[in-house]
Each structure stands twice: as structure tokens, then as C-alpha cells.
Design a protein around this ligand. Structure first.
Ligand code: HAM
Length: 422
């Protein structure tokens, strides 16, 4: 029996959760500015949502958690957010009421990958999808949003890398060209890539084993096979980015790891100490076939997702002071059992006034209670001593100025509310 956490998972401890909450709050704040609403879909879906015939990426073919439930339904823990969102978009016919549906999501995903720093088997993504329309300005908006988000988090050394895979025809031509190009090198490639040549040559470009092979390094790029229309579309996306003064770099070899992309693809990278290959914080792109593959009309979409653990690691590595744990407003120090009841009623009253207040239940001596109060950064100590209590008073001490005053018990709440407002 194993009573450890599952390999590739982690716990968020009470001392760390404020970082997650702050990150989520930042996400919700910025998405509000962009007028994008949240969507929540289940963590488990029928396997067909992810295991579509066209999807031959490693992520879907090798890394999903698939299982049969007790009713023999084949289910999958979602490895990413997009497919589930599109499943719901189609099932709820959201296209019928809105020409363009823009949504965001935050939640856990599951991939059976080799765990390392910044890579887990259960990880959180924050993602955005804009579904229903194809327009270069919309592609640019998604990139601007991703860029803006990272900037607002306070991360520096961030790069937007962008490329175009072109429309279906461009993509098909490129695939054919890649196939012909790799054929003479077939025997030198890994077993998986030998199969990929016929089925899905694009995936050879992001093969972890063959990435340094000279043939992979010198392979033709999608840019060489863009149709006139696709080239014009991409140019317009870039012009929108220029108009908004977003800095980006064109990455001719960027194809992304999932198969549903066409036209614009992009990634957000950051130079972060000790990150190595996990320096990709997020990525996304346009998908024109996914909606129809999942049973919907012939509509396209574009979106992106960030790995939230990577964002937090990056913020830590860069020493970005983006979140603060909420300090205690008041800590009640109490000695005798009788006075503990006074403390109970006082705490309740303070909390009703929305003051962050706490006390000690372990019967520590004064020094121990004080230590605990200071560890929680309490702004005020309320010291319930026998002598003061006889007079209906308590001692209230400001921990910063060390000033102490005697305050009527009945006036403590008012006193603290006024002091804390200043
Ligand atoms: P993805 O590139 O597979 O794209 O994942 C997006 C981000 O999720 C990555 O850049 C990374 O930060 C994070 N991530 C991926 N796998 C792991 C892992 N095992 N551990 C920790 N973080 C990870 C997608 O998932 C697409 N659905 C993005 C998208 C949305 N495209 C269009 N719309």
C-alpha cells in the first residue's frame, strides 16, 4: 500500500496557498478587463473527446490517463483544456447565440510525462479560447492578452515567439514536403519518428529524441509552404501586433505539440534561471477543424494556455513580489480558562467586523503566544489579563510602534476598526 503522493503530483501547503490565490486573482482581474467570462468543464470526459483520429500527438497517444468507469464507459482525465471546452461549446450550442464566444478556464490537467521541475503529472492550466470567428485581429488579441498578462505579473525577459502553419492546403503541402524530406533519413530516426514520417511528419520536429539530428535541425519550415492567402493572413496578424507595439519574434520552426493547429501558433518563453527546457510558460494557436471534429459546425477558434506551476516558479526565481499573505489584524493573548470565554466572544465580535483575528488554543505561556502572534504578523495584540479584566479593560498593543493602551472591553472593536482605518 502506498501512502505517499502519486508520482508527479504535489501538495499546496497552507503556507503556500496564498500564492495560488493571488495568481488566480490576477487572472480573474485581467480577464475581466478583456470582458472574458469563465467556463468550467469536467475534469473527466469521454475518451473520444481527446482520442480523435486526427490527434496523433504524443500527449494524446502516450500520455493520457484513460480508464473504464464502473459502467464500462471509456473515460480520460483531461490532458489539456481546449478539447473539453469545445465539446461543451458544441453540446450547449453556444454558437447559436454568439458569433464569437470568448472564455477562460483554470483547472487541473493530467499527463503521464516524466516529472521534473516545472513538469508534473497533475498540473494546473489557465487558458483562454475565442471560438466562432476567424480574423487576424482576434489572433492578435489573444497574443496581446497573453503578453499583457505576463507583463502584469511582473515577469521580465519574456519573449513572444510566433509562427504560421497556414490554412489546410498550406499545412497539407508542408506535411507532404516534410515527408519527402525525411524519407532518405528514415533509418537514422527513432522508432516513433519512422512511423511519424507517414502518419504525421510534423511531430518529428518536436521529437525529444531526434531534436538534435541534423535532418531535424535543417528541415523545411511551414513558412516556405504558406499559400498566398495564409501569408497575407499572417502578415495582418503581425501588423496588429505592431500597431499595439507588442514585441515578438518570428520563429519559423515553431509548430507546437498538438495536432489541431493551423494558421497562427505562438509561445511565451522566459529566460529563467535553472529552468532549462521548461522555459515555455504558455502557448497556443488557431484551430479550424476542432469544432467540426467534435460534432459542431464548421467554425474555427484560437486560444492559449499557461502552466500555472511554471508561472509560480518563474515568479519565485525572478523574486517578483506579486502576492502578500494576509496579516492578522489582531491576536488575542489569554491566560486563564475563565478569560478564554471572554476571548471567544471578543474574537467573534472582531470577526463580525471583518477584522482578521485569531487566538491560541494550546495553553502556551505568554512568550509562546506572543511568538505565535508575531509569526502571523499580527498588527495588534489584545492582552486579556486578570487585573485589567477586573476593571472591564484589556491591554491593546500596536506591535509596530510598541505603544500599549488600556481599552474598555466593550470598545475594543471600535478602537481597532478606527486604528486600522488610519
Ligand atoms: P500545451 O503547450 O500543451 O498547450 O500546454 C500549455 C502549457 O501548459 C505549457 O506551456 C506548460 O506551461 C503547461 N504544461 C504542459 N504540460 C505540463 C506539465 N506536464 N506540467 C506542468 N505544466 C505543463 C495546450 O495545452 C493547449 N490546450 C493550449 C491551447 C489553448 N491552444 C489553443 N487553445
Amino acid at each position: 500500500m502506498s501512502i505517499n503522493k502519486v508520482k508527479g503530483t504535489y501538495d499546496v501547503l497552507p503556507s503556500e496557498s496564498y500564492l495560488w490565490q493571488a495568481l488566480e486573482q490576477k487572472i480573474r482581474d485581467i480577464l475581466g478587463v478583456y470582458n472574458i467570462k469563465e467556463m468550467r468543464t469536467p475534469i473527466m470526459e469521454y475518451s473520444d473527446v481527446f482520442h480523435r483520429n486526427s490527434e496523433l500527438s504524443d500527449m494524446v497517444t502516450k500520455e493520457t490517463y484513460d480508464f473504464d468507469d464502473r459502467g464500462d464507459r471509456r473515460l480520460t482525465l483531461r490532458p489539456e483544456g481546449t478539447a473539453g471546452i469545445i465539446r461543451s461549446y458544441v453540446e450547449n450550442k453556444l454558437y447559436a447565440s454568439q458569433e464569437l464566444e470568448k472564455v477562460y478556464y483554470i483547472g487541473p490537467n493530467f499527463r503521464y510525462e516524466r516529472p521534473q521541475k516545472g513538469r508534473y503529472r497533475q498540473f494546473y492550466q489557465f487558458g483562454v479560447e475565442a471560438i466562432g470567428t476567424i480574423n487576424p485581429a482576434l489572433d492578435a488579441e489573444m497574443i496581446i492578452l497573453a503578453y499583457d498578462f505576463i507583463k502584469r505579473l511582473g515577469l521580465k525577459g519574456v519573449r513572444v515567439r510566433i509562427n504560421s502553419l497556414g490554412d489546410e492546403t498550406s499545412r497539407a503541402n508542408y506535411q507532404e514536403a516534410l515527408k519527402n524530406y525525411f524519407m532518405p533519413h528514415k533509418d537514422e530516426l527513432c522508432d516513433d519518428c519512422q512511423i511519424r514520417i507517414d502518419k504525421n511528419p510534423l511531430r518529428i520536429l518536436d521529437c525529444k529524441i531526434d531534436q538534435n539530428h541534423h535532418a531535424v535541425k535543417n528541415a523545411p519550415t511551414p513558412q516556405d509552404y504558406l499559400s498566398v492567402e495564409s501569408r497575407a493572413y499572417f502578415k495582418e496578424v503581425l501588423e496588429h501586433l505592431n500597431a499595439a507595439k507588442i514585441s515578438y519574434e518570428i520563429a519559423p520552426k515553431l509548430v507546437r505539440g498538438l495536432d489541431y493547429y493551423s494558421h497562427t501558433v505562438f509561445e511565451i518563453e522566459a529566460d529563467i534561471e535553472g529552468f532549462g527546457a521548461q522555459n515555455v510558460l504558455g502557448g497556443g494557436g488557431r484551430y479550424q477543424k476542432l469544432v467540426s471534429e467534435l460534432g459542431g459546425p464548421d467554425l474555427g477558434g484560437i486560444g492559449f494556455a499557461f502552466g500555472m506551476e511554471r508561472l509560480l516558479l518563474a515568479l519565485e526565481a525572478e523574486n517578483v513580489d506579486f502576492a502578500k499573505e494576509k496579516d492578522l489584524d489582531a491576536y488575542v493573548i489569554v491566560f486563564t480558562d475563565e478569560l478564554k470565554k471572554v476571548a471567544t466572544s471578543m474574537l467573534y465580535e472582531l470577526r463580525l467586523a471583518n477584522l482578521v483575528a485569531d487566538t491560541n488554543y494550546t495553553g502556551k505561556a505568554f512568550k509562546g503566544q506572543l511568538k505565535q502572534a508575531l509569526r502571523n504578523h499580527a498588527k495588534y495584540l489584545i492582552i486579556l489579563g486578570e487585573d485589567e479584566y477586573q476593571k472591564g479593560m484589556v491591554a491593546v498593543k500596536n506591535t509596530e510602534t510598541e505603544q500599549q493602551e488600556e481599552v474598555l472591553i466593550s470598545k475594543v472593536k471600535k478602537y481597532l476598526v478606527e486604528k486600522l482605518e488610519k
